[in-house]
Design a protein around this ligand. Structure first.
Ligand SMILES: O=P(O)(O)OC[C@H]1O[C@H](O)[C@H](O)[C@@H](O)[C@@H]1O
Ligand SMILES: [Fe+2]
Length: 201
């Protein structure tokens, strides 16, 4: 039997409830111009680009990993700014894990949001998150964060480093089955008329 050499010495991560992580290994950002085809109301998105510019920040992800491979974790924060495109609230692109059985924890650090969840065979769920609330997303569930509040929606997440992301599954289906839309001061789910059903994950 061989023993893998230990190359990573644990270090401190300082996680701000506003999102930034000191000690992160990566940060990535998505801007308004990157969100083409994500919102159902394409015109509302185009108007926003014309008004605010394609380089307005929509969400950012700070994360940390030591290793690759099946035993490793990715730990990070997702910070989704508030916004509305027609009736629809600001969302992340959303994905199914490329290794579909990989689960993911989301714990809300600040703001108010919804985790929108769907399976390829038609189940759906939407869970509201406020600070201190969490959702343990099972494998095989497509997931997307939605900001239904008026401040940044920040979650701490943790998932297997070998999970990967399949973004095509939502795009090819004409969007997710449900939209999270404004309803008075709150939100509700509305069926997405453009959704054509998912291909097998
Ligand atoms: O990957 P997106 O759907 O664009 O969402 C942004 C991020 O959301 C989550 O927090 C995931 O854990 C990240 O790995 C992901 O990249
Ligand atoms: Fe994920």
């Amino acid at each position: 039997m061989t023993t893998a050499s230990i190359v990573d010495v644990p270090t401190l991560l300082e996680i701000s409830p506003q999102g930034p992580i000191e000690g992160r290994s990566r940060r990535y950002e998505k801007f308004l111009g990157d969100m083409s085809g994500v919102y159902r109301d394409e015109q509302a998105w185009q108007d926003a680009v014309a008004e605010r510019g394609a380089d307005e920040l929509i969400y950012s992800v700070d994360d940390h990993r030591y290793q690759e491979g099946p035993g490793a974790l990715i730990v990070g924060t997702s910070t989704l700014l508030p916004g509305r495109y027609g009736e629809e609230f600001a969302v992340t692109r959303g994905h199914l894990h490329a290794v579909a059985d990989r689960a993911e924890l989301y714990y809300c650090l600040s703001g108010r949001g919804v985790m929108l969840l769907e399976t390829v065979d038609g189940q759906s769920s939407a869970i509201e998150l406020t600070p201190g609330k969490a959702v343990d997303v099972p494998g095989h569930w497509i997931h997307r964060s939605v900001n239904v509040g008026d401040e940044p929606f920040v979650t701490l997440f943790c998932y297997a480093a070998d999970a990967g992301q399949d973004y095509g599954i939502i795009a090819e289906a004409g969007g997710m089955k449900n939209l999270v839309v404004a309803d008075g001061d709150g939100w509700k789910l509305a069926p997405n008329p453009d959704h054509t059903g998912y291909r097998a994950g």
